[in-house]
Design a protein around this ligand. Structure first.
Ligand code: DX5
Ligand code: ZN
Length: 222
């Protein structure tokens, strides 16, 4: 069953709780919180205070995507603020074993991410030990970019490894996911879809946009 993860990076922060609830009403599965440090990516975004604010507002799990150079420094603050899962990048933690164990020991889920130019073979050894693989479909840093078409073959390869090594592991895609691209990513084997602009920038509103994306992903599912 596909899952939609609205990225609040594209939300109107003056009504954050309200628009998150609208996405939830459309069948969103979790909230995707994009954390940027201005070093790993050329932009700044938000910290744990945003999770703290959202925690009482929604029943959805809060998924924290750490686009930062030193992810370990930030885990405890996000855990206190009510985060449910963490995704960090293999580019900054080439041996992620300790971080995986630490996050798991806190009772939280863990995912490994990589950029579109990363050698995906490097994720394979860890698939058996994690809950999610995040295949970036744009270079991270900004919302509203176009899906990189070469991502599709990468998604297919990671799905193959997941099938062989840990079928329960989720395969998430992030960047440029909208009504035009979600079917392609779903057919290639992705099952969690981050969408910012396509949900919070939609003229139909977050509820209808989420429903529509979920419907398209379900119909195209591999
Ligand atoms: C990219 C972030 C994404 C981004 C997605 O830097 O990790 O989560 O907000 O935004 P859209 O859906 O607008 O491409
Ligand atoms: Zn993200």
């Amino acid at each position: 069953m596909p899952a939609i993860a609205p990225s609040i990076l594209a939300a109107d922060f003056s009504k954050l709780g309200e628009v998150v609830k609208l996405a939830e009403a459309g069948g969103a599965d979790r909230v995707h919180v994009d954390v940027m440090d201005g070093h790993f990516v050329p932009n700044l975004s938000m910290g744990s205070i945003v999770c703290k604010g959202l925690r009482p507002v929604t029943a959805m799990p809060l998924e924290v995507h750490l686009m930062v150079e030193e992810p370990a420094r930030f885990l405890d603050g996000f855990i206190k603020a009510g985060a449910d899962s963490f995704i960090f990048h293999l580019e900054v933690e080439p041996d992620p074993t300790e971080m995986i164990q630490h996050i798991r020991s806190q009772g939280k889920k863990v995912g490994l991410a990589f950029n579109p130019d990363f050698n995906i073979a490097k994720v394979e050894p860890y698939i058996a030990d994690i809950d999610l693989v995040l295949c970036m479909t744009v270079f991270p840093g900004f919302g509203g970019q176009a899906y990189i078409p070469e991502s599709t073959a990468r998604i297919r390869q990671v799905r193959k490894w997941i099938r062989e090594l840990n079928p329960k592991c989720e395969l998430e895609v992030d960047g440029g996911i909208d009504a035009k691209t979600i079917g392609v990513a779903s057919a290639a084997g992705a099952d969690v879809f981050v969408a910012g602009t396509a949900i919070f920038g939609s003229k139909d509103g977050p509820t209808a946009a989420t429903k529509h994306l979920l419907d398209l992903a379900t119909k195209a599912a591999a």
